[in-house]
Design a protein around this ligand. Structure first.
Ligand SMILES: Cc1cc2nc3c(=O)[nH]c(=O)nc-3n(C[C@H](O)[C@H](O)[C@H](O)COP(=O)(O)OP(=O)(O)OC[C@H]3O[C@@H](n4cnc5c(N)ncnc54)[C@H](O)[C@@H]3O)c2cc1C
Length: 403
């Protein structure tokens, strides 16, 4: 998603782009059941996807915008509620299947001038000579470029070839995902409960079902995957149940389940010689705040902004100065998010004290300023967000440029 979005934006900004991808996404089939991998796209990410030429296609298919978010702590019975209009937002986020976003961006790339799609192929080695980076591909082909963008995911080959180290936090958890039908349809609410062992989230889907992410210790996640549907639903219901609350309430059925290991990784550098990292190649965050791909799409918008500005000032787009600017900006934003998420998660470990947790929740719930700062950042609409995420059109950016 992140690399394809960056390629679309860079091509629209007038740069000549080649995208190397191992496999073409399968065509999106709207009659197939909802995919297991969905993401909550922030309003800022929706603006970026619109500028990348993909949002129009996405919104014609399955998607679900939500205006309300409820976060609660099971043990201390404290809760936080967020309503989009309170913060001047139309929506807090939109749930979309990852596959639909990948497919729509791919379609956008096909019709965009100035893009060469090299697929299927794989970057094997990255060399440099006096003229710049050379990408050596599995097919034997070599691509020379002015600037190489590594948006190749958590196990990035580009990052490995640059020798960039990462800060790691291992959580010993898997995120278990499934689509759940509740007796009362999801009322368009993103619901999350923090419990010992990990958070449980219900994200609303267009047909009233919910996509869940249930973070559990590895062995527990494996056990939950192996249960039959009825036993799984009984355990899920027990975890989500609150006496006297109508929702999520009774669970009717669940679709297939899958689980993904959860880690937090932050690259120590985002730039090497004529090379940058973005998306999961640069940072991986715990999904409890639904921010992974949102951070990545903001990286893509941020890079375009920095390069447009460099070109306007007749500065080399791949100079150390230009790439350091991107690195300082985007790495510090990812660090704030990663450490914030890590801190929230830390409040729900067995070692954390209940009263401390209650105090933290209580302080945030009483402080409108803290809630606003949190929501604006999560929405990709804080003042450090790239112009494209804050709603500026790429055509305006090309006309004016920003610093
Ligand atoms: C359970 C779960 C729930 C999540 N929910 C959310 C959410 O609600 N909101 C959110 O913002 N984020 C969420 N995330 C995080 C989100 O899924 C990731 O941040 C996002 O998918 C990363 O996208 P990416 O494009 O950076 O990387 P990837 O999706 O990993 O893409 C990398 C691409 O590079 C290609 N590639 C890799 N190596 C090579 C090579 N050598 N040569 C050529 N091509 C190569 C791959 O084929 C792939 O297409 C969640 C994650 C999990 C695990």
């Amino acid at each position: 998603m992140v690399g394809a979005a960056a390629a679309c934006l860079l091509a629209r900004a007038g740069f000549s782009v080649a995208i190397i991808e191992t496999r073409e996404p399968q065509p999106y089939d709207a009659s197939a059941p909802t995919g297991l991998r969905v993401s909550a796209f922030s309003p800022g990410s929706v603006d970026v996807l619109a500028e990348a030429g993909a949002w129009r296609q996405i919104e014609q298919q399955r998607h679900c915008a939500y205006r309300r978010m409820h976060v609660e702590d099971r043990d201390e019975s404290v809760a936080l509620d967020f309503n989009a209009p309170e913060f001047g937002l139309e929506r807090l986020g939109t749930i979309v299947e990852n596959h639909l976003v990948q497919w729509s961006l791919w379609q956008s790339l096909q019709v965009m001038g100035g893009v060469e799609i090299i697929c299927p192929d794989r970057l094997e080695f990255l060399d440099h000579d006096e003229d710049g980076p050379i990408a050596r591909l599995d097919s034997g082909r070599q691509i020379r470029c002015r600037l190489l963008v590594g948006a190749d995911g958590a196990n990035s080959r580009v990052r490995e070839m640059l020798g960039i180290e990462q800060e790691h936090w291992e959580y010993g958890q898997h995120g278990l995902v499934a689509v759940i039908e509740t007796e009362q349809p999801n009322p368009g609410l993103a619901w999350q409960r923090f419990m010992q062992g990990g958070p449980l989230a219900f994200l609303p889907l267009q047909d009233g079902t919910s996509s869940i992410v249930w973070s559990r210790p590895h062995a527990e996640a494996r056990r939950l995957l192996e249960l039959d549907d009825d036993s799984f639903l009984t355990e899920l219901q027990e975890a989500a149940w609150t006496e006297g609350h109508s929702w999520p309430g009774v669970m009717n059925s669940c679709g297939p389940r899958a689980a993904f290991p959860l880690t937090m990784r932050l690259s120590r550098r985002y730039a090497g010689p004529q090379t940058v990292l973005m998306g999961d190649a640069a940072h991986v965050v715990h999904p409890l705040a639904g921010q992974g791909v949102n951070l990545g799409l903001l990286d893509a918008a941020g890079l375009v902004e920095v390069l447009v500005y460099a070109r306007r000032n007749q500065t080399d787009i791949a100079s150390e100065k230009t790439l350091r600017k991107y690195e300082r900006w985007r790495r510090s934003e990812a660090e704030i998010m990663a450490r914030g998420i890590h801190g929230i998660r830390g409040l729900f470990t067995p070692e954390a004290l209940g009263p401390l947790r209650k105090l933290g929740f209580g302080m945030v719930s009483r402080s409108w300023i803290a809630k606003e700062a949190f929501i604006k950042r999560a929405a990709g609409k804080n003042r450090n967000a790239p112009a494209l995420a804050r709603g500026e059109a790429l055509t305006d950016l090309l006309r004016t440029g920003t610093d």
